[in-house]
Design a protein around this ligand. Structure first.
Ligand code: PLP
Length: 394
């Protein structure tokens, strides 16, 4: 059997070990230290490079932890509602449940596959009509506390439209940028738009620390508070004193060393992922029934973390995305259906959903193709051979 080709596997740059060894040599084996500070600075510098928006960063144990702390800081509590993109990974929505709040799911639109601004506004108007209130009311009852759009597979959501709605109703935006480090909307880095944003450095992301995440904000108070809350909320005292419930969510200085090494190659990783995307486009150029997740116009710049296609059996002579996935699997090549929308998940059964159901159609017809930045020419030969046999030669 040929060696497995993964959907997206870790790709070290070379200097990660140096930073990790530094942590050992100096005995900074703790959730603080020079790598933690250095990694935070590197991320902030990267996010502020094209447009100096004042983004600041706190590194944490995961992207899910970052989203959880964002909701804690926005005071999401039982009885409240958070409006979240349904078409996503469970890390987006689980923290809403951790807070005892209700998640109401918003459909995607067909251009970016991300949160549909029309469905979002429809949800807000409907809920306000039912007696839900906006954060400005400042009362302890069913409040719409936050909106969470996602930049799926690196594709920026329609941020202007979504932000305008959020501003109009004064509901804070929390950006799930877990898949979108290195993506831009109107030349501004994804991860710098919302009141807060989450990044992820999980093993399959564009850069990885084996596991990890970050909370980003242009507001100092949120970043400082997330450092405080992620280290068990210790008050300033010689003894251990607590006036708040905290979390053990801070990134370790060992892990942050991997992150510092990865930041040195992030720019290259984006180029490599985008080059992969281009290779697939060239391959499928003349194949009817195969379309891509596309940047709608020059305002959108995706890191193309994963290259994703839609397969229309009406135009492919009956061939489905599952046929393609299985053909690749037979050659030991990993491909995966798009995220199964959260409102269709057993665990969220009975949840409310706004929109015509575009994300369901995307899920049924979509496939993520092997997209690692470490795929070799030989890997691509194998992938294209397998694809050719099922899609073209049939
Ligand atoms: C990976 C991911 C997360 C969560 O990140 P972890 O670091 O794995 O906790 C959240 N949202 C999306 C869309 C993701 O892809």
């Amino acid at each position: 059997m040929n060696e497995k080709i993964w959907l997206s596997s870790p790709h070290m740059g070379g200097s990660e070990r140096k930073y990790v060894e530094e942590a050992f040599d100096t005995n900074w084996i703790a959730p603080l230290g020079p790598n933690v500070n250095g990694f935070e600075q590197d991320i902030s510098d990267f996010l502020n490079a094209r447009q100096p928006v004042g983004a600041q960063t706190a590194v944490l144990t995961s992207g899910t932890a970052a989203l959880h702390l964002a909701l804690v800081m926005l005071d999401v509590r039982p009885g409240d509602v958070v409006l979240a993109q349904s078409f996503t990974f469970c890390g987006t929505t689980n923290p809403i449940i951790y807070q005892g709040a209700e998640v109401i799911f918003i459909d995607s639109e067909a251009d970016t596959w991300n949160m549909c601004p029309d469905a979002l506004e429809e949800a807000i108007i409907t809920l306000v009509g039912e007696g839900y209130v906006l954060p400005e009311a400042n009362v302890f009852k069913r409040t719409i506390r936050a909106i969470i759009p996602v930049h799926l597979y690196g594709m920026p959501a329609k941020l202007d439209e979504i932000q305008a709605i959020a501003d109009n109703y004064q509901i804070p935006l929390v950006e799930d940028a877990a898949e979108a480090l290195g993506s831009y909307y109107k030349q501004r880095a994804c991860g710098t738009f919302g009141a807060m944003a989450a990044l992820s450095f999980n093993g399959n992301k564009i850069i990885t620390t084996s596991g990890g995440g970050a909370l980003v904000s242009t507001q100092t108070k949120f970043v400082e508070q997330s450092r405080f809350l992620s280290t068990q909320a210790r008050d300033n005292a010689a003894h251990y004193q607590h006036s708040k419930i905290g979390y053990n969510y801070r990134m370790s200085n060992v892990v942050a060393g991997i992150g510092r090494g990865q930041m040195e190659v992030l720019e290259t990783r984006v180029e490599q992922r985008r080059a992969n995307n281009q290779r697939y486009r060239t391959f499928f150029a003349d194949v009817p029934g195969i379309t891509f997740q596309n940047e709608p116009n020059a305002d959108f710049y995706s890191n193309f973390w994963l290259t994703s296609i839609l397969v229309d059996p009406k135009l492919t002579g009956g061939l489905t995305r599952e046929d393609i996935r299985l053909a690749l699997e037979a050659e030991n090549i990993e491909a995966r259906p798009l995220w199964k929308p959260m409102h269709m998940q057993p665990v969220f059964e009975g949840s409310r959903f706004f929109g015509p159901g575009i994300c369901k159609v995307l899920f049924e017809h979509g496939l993520c193709l092997p997209s690692g930045s470490n795929l070799s020419d030989e890997d691509f030969e194998r992938i294209f051979k397998a694809l050719k046999s099922i899609v073209i030669d049939k």
